[in-house]
Design a protein around this ligand. Sequence first.
Ligand SMILES: [Zn+2]
Length: 170
Amino acid sequence: MIHPIVKFGDPVLSKIAEPIMAFNKELQGLVSDMFDSMYAAKGIGLAAPQIGISRHIAVIDISFGKDPEQKLVLCNPVIVAKEGKQSEEEGCLSVPEFREKVTRPLKATVRATDAKGKEFTMTGEGLLARAFCHETDHLNGKLYLSYLSSLKRELIVRKIKKLEKAGEWA
Ligand SMILES: [Zn+2]
């Protein structure tokens, strides 16, 4: 089932999501909904709060659905190591139409549990490292906007407020 994407301004995006405790059928259903919603929105990563569910789970697929082996489910992810730096434009499904340069680690190691309850550790580089960091931040109530200068951030927030007033941000 495809869920609408929650946009910047909704308080669910700034909350720390609840940990995943049970790796059951209900969770498998959520995972499948999250992939459906992410592909429908043409994203490479989606955190549960972005569909209004404050739980510590994110899905990633940097192949845009082309390679099933690249589908990743991260329950309760923690970034345990970072190396190097990369500075690239980053966007977010919850902040559509905006993209800004954000510095992230070049390599990031995430420790997480998969949808079946098995713990794993994985190191990503480049775009995958960026996705690990971006999605883990979401689960801790943090958006990429918080890495921008306050000037840039305020400019974006002002534009969003205008869109809200025009009824174009819902
Ligand atoms: Zn995002």
